[in-house]
Design a protein around this ligand. Sequence first.
Ligand code: NAI
Ligand code: UGA
Length: 440
Amino acid sequence: MVKITVIGTGYVGLVAGLGFSDFGNDVVSLDTDQEKIDKLVNGQAPIYEPGIEELLSRNLKAKRIIFTTDKKYAIEHGNIIFICVGTPQTNEGDVNLDYVYQVAHDIGSYINQYKIIVNKSTVPVGTAREIGRIIKNTIEEREALIKFDIASNPEFLREGKAINDFFNPDRIVLGTDNAQSLIELNKIYRVFARSNKPIIKTSIETAEMIKYATNSFLATKITFINEMANLCEKVGANVLEVASAMGKDGRISPKFLHPGPGYGGSCFPKDTKALVNIAKKHGAKLSILESVILANEFQKKLASQKIIKRFPTGGTIALLGLAFKPDTDDVRESPALEIIRTLASTGLFQLNVYDPQAMIQCKNALAPSSSEFIKWCSSAFEACRQADAVAIITEWFEFRNMDLEELKILLNSPVIFDFRNIFRKDDLESLGYEYYGVGI
Ligand SMILES: NC(=O)C1=CN([C@@H]2O[C@H](COP(=O)(O)OP(=O)(O)OC[C@H]3O[C@@H](n4cnc5c(N)ncnc54)[C@H](O)[C@@H]3O)[C@@H](O)[C@H]2O)C=CC1
Ligand SMILES: O=C(O)[C@H]1O[C@H](OP(=O)(O)OP(=O)(O)OC[C@H]2O[C@@H](n3ccc(=O)[nH]c3=O)[C@H](O)[C@@H]2O)[C@H](O)[C@@H](O)[C@@H]1O
C-alpha cells in the first residue's frame, strides 16, 4: 500500500485517484473546486463517465480514498503526489500552465518530507523540470531543507472509456531521472507488469514528448481518413470499404479510421496546436501537423455546409448528439457547437437539439448567443418531430437503435445527414430516406 495524493479531480485526476485506491493504496484527492469535492464526498461523480459512480462508491466505502480542498493535509499525506490539473489552451494556441505552476507552488509551501512529484497533466517538454524549480525555490523561501524528486507519467485514457482505459492501458510511460522514483512508481504500477502491460522507462523529457506525439499522430490519422472520405464523395468511392481494407494492413490498423465531422474534445485540438507552437519556439517546423489543424477546421465547417447546400432557404433541422463523442457530457471543441453556431448565424434555421447527457453543458457553451433559434428537446424523437431533416452529430448508441420507420413518419421530409456513418446508406434509401453520409 502506497500513500498517494492526486491533485485535480477532473477526468484524469478522478479516474487515476479512484484507480490507485482500487489497487489498494491509501489515496487523498485534492481539488480547489468546493462544489466538486462536496459531490464526491457524498458519492456523486461531478462528470458523466460510465462506471465512475460504482468505482467511487466502492472505494469510499472501503475508506481507501478521501476527497478534500485542504491543500496542507493533502500535500502532507502522499509519499507520491500526482499532478492532474488542467492545461487549457490560451488564445494564442499555447498551453496555459498557470494551474500546474500554482500546484507546484502549493507543494513547495506544504511539503514536509521527501516526496516524489509526478506530473500527469499534458505539458510542453521542460515543464516537469520547471515544476521542480518552483518547488525548490518555494522550499528555499521557507528556509526549509526538504528533498524531492520529479517524474513524468503521461495519461492516455479517453473520455467515455476512461475507466476501461485506465485499468487496461496499452502501456505505462514512466519518465524519471533517478532510481528511487522508478522503484516507488513501479510499486504503484506493478499490477500492470503482472498482466504483461509494457512499462516504458524513459527520461522526463521523452515522456513529455511521447504524450504530444501520440495525440498528434491520432489526430493526423483521423484527419487523413476525413480527407479520403471527402475525395471518395467526389469520385464515387466508399470510404468505409477503403478504411476497412486499409485497416487490414497490420501496419495501419483499423482504429481511428472513422471519418466524421472533425475531431473535437479537450485534447486533440489543444495538443496539436500546442505542439506546433512548441516546435516553433524551438526553431522546428511541423508542417504535417499544421495542415492537420487546418484540415480539421475545414472538416468541422463542411458538415454545416452540407446542410446549407441541401436547404439553401433554411428549415427545421433535428441535431442529435452534442458531446464531442459518445458516453461523455463534455462539449469542449465539439463539432456540434460549430454546426449549431454556423446554422444559427444564417438566421434561416430552427434547430431542435438533443443529447442524452450534454444538454446543460451545450447550453452553457453557447450562452447567450444563438438561443432564439434553438429548441432544447428531451428526446431524439421530440427533436425530429416535424423537422425537415435529421443530422446525427455524435454516435450515441441510442441513435443507432432508433426505429427508422417511426422516425420517417415524424419527419416532415425523410432527409438524414449521418455525420458518423452509423446507418447503411442502402438500408436507408430502401426505406425511402434521402441519405447523406461521410465519404459514401
Ligand atoms: N480529459 C482527458 O481525457 C485527458 C486529459 N489529459 C490531460 O490531463 C490534464 C487534466 O485534464 P482533465 O482531467 O480533463 O482536466 P479537468 O479540467 O477536467 O480537471 C482539472 C481539475 O483540476 C482542478 N484544479 C485546478 N487547479 C487546481 C489546484 N491548484 N489545486 C487542485 N486542483 C486544481 C480543477 O478544479 C479541475 O477539477 C490536462 O493536461 C489534459 O490535457 C490527459 C489524458 C486524457
Ligand atoms: O489526451 C487526451 O486527453 C486523450 O485524447 C484522446 O481521447 P479523447 O479526446 O477523450 O477521445 P477520442 O476517442 O480520442 O476522440 C477524440 C475525437 O476524435 C474523433 N474521432 C475519433 C476516432 C475516429 O476514428 N474518428 C473520429 O472522428 C472523436 O469523435 C472525437 O471528437 C486520446 O484518444 C486519448 O488517448 C488521450 O489520452
